[in-house]
Every structure is written in C-alpha cells, then in structure tokens.
Design a protein around this ligand. Sequence first.
Ligand code: GUN
Length: 291
Amino acid sequence: MTAKIIDGKRFAEDLRRRIGGHVARLKAEHGVTPGLAVVIVGEDPASQVYVASKAKQTAEVGMNSYKHELPEDTSEAALLALVEQLNADPAVHGILVQLPLPDHIDPNKVIEAIDPAKDVDCFTPANVGKVQIGLPGPVSCTPLGCLMLLRDELGSLEGKNAVIVGRSNLVGKPMMQLLLRDNCTVTVAHSRTRDLAEVVRRADIVVAAVGRPQMIKGDWIKPGAVVIDVGINRVPAPEKGEGKTRLVGDVDYAGAAEVAAAITPVPGGVGPMTIACLLANTITTASLING
Ligand code: GUN
C-alpha cells in the first residue's frame, strides 16, 4: 500500500477562507472586528518566524493583528503588565504569548495571567478544564488541527484505537481529551512506555508528538492506519550541501507511507493547521465575548 498524503496546507487554506467569511459576518452583523495580540520576548529565530506567520495570516483573514515585540531582558513584571493591559483592551479578543520565554520569566505565571476568555492557545487551567468536561471555548490549536484532519480522513472516529506518542501539555494531553470526546479508545504512550513498537502496532490512528526525529518506524505502523505526524525536527542534510538542513517529523515517513492508509507530510501536514486553528479560536473567543 502507498499511503494517501494528507494535505494539511490545502486544508488550512480552505479553513482560513471559511474563517474569513466568519470575520466578515462578525463585522457586518455585530460591528465587531476580531483582534489577536501576539507577544514575543527575545530574538529566538524559530519563534520570530512563527510569530511573523501568525501576524500575516491574522491580517489576511480580515482580523486586527497586534504584534508586541519585547527585548530579551524584559522583566517578568513588565510582561505581566502588558498581559493585564491586553486583558483590559476591548479591541483584543485573543492573546498569545509565544513560548519559550527567556529563562528569567516563569511561563506558568504568564499563562495564568491571561484572561481565559482571551486565551486562544487554550493554555490556562480554566480552559484546559473546560476542554476536559466539554464546555464551549477555545481548544488547543495543534490537537484541534490534528482532529480536523482525522475527521476529514475517516469521518467518524468512534471505536478507533488511537495511540498518541508524547504526553506534553501542548499536544499529547489535549489530544487525548479530544480523541476521547470523539469516542476513540485512547492510549497515551511516552518515553517510558514498554514495548512502544507493539503499542503503536495496535493503533488505527497514530498521533506522533514526541519531538524525536523519525523515531516511529515504518514497521511499527499497522497496515491501513492513519498517521498524524506533529513533529517538526531540523536535521543535517549533507546531500543538499555542507551545513544544510531539512525538516523531518517524528515518524519515518518513507517507511510508514508504505503501510499506512494516509499520512501527514512534514512540512505541509499538521504545521499549517496550527495557525489556522489559532484563528478559529479567535473567532470563538470574539463570538463568546460579544455574546
Ligand atoms: N511555541 C511553539 N508553539 C506554540 C504555540 O502553539 N503557542 C505558543 N504560545 N507558543 C508556542
């Protein structure tokens, strides 16, 4: 079998088009232009690329984009003061503080300072709890993007054996909640899981989010499974020239594509969905804030 390639880039483009329609309706019917504030502290190059994409795509769907770029030596108190200012600003419906933060700032303190009504990352304890019990509100962006791709591929997920590899707060744990809500039987595997290959072999759905390049091998994949690769790892690519690199996922793509029914590529799979879902969450928070 050669797997179908799940085109996350195209799916995300289509999602952004639909989000643009929601933005236009919020403006026309409620006089509200959703606003997303993105805060970055320091000069981490990867974070700068992500934040620039977030700001660009926010503007492209017709939302107001507010970008706050703070120097590396910004104090925790100054960052908390900015978050408070954004919490109080009626033009701002979503607040995202890009992680990681410099070492002298406690990320948990900053996350907990964000008004849950504007927490478009779904990082605050209040929103994590709401996802767990199924109340309306924002949903973690990357897991939401994975869920959309899975539903598009499989229709109903009911009764499927889903194995998530990785237990992070950002992806693994919220992914578990979302798949449970869709009536999957969910296993969360991690670095201490025994016989990981055997656990993955039972999966109808594999979500790989361990952050280790190509760790999940092709012969771990059950024939006909759907594989969602959340990993984005930069590895040396001497074949492209000295010092060159390329991006790979957490799954051995070539091996897995021989047995899976469908698989997300890296890049162009889950990555583009994350920002599109951030914009979808901003529609959710703007709609909830404005009743
Ligand atoms: N850094 C890497 N991914 C993310 C994300 O989804 N949200 C935030 N706030 N920071 C990140």
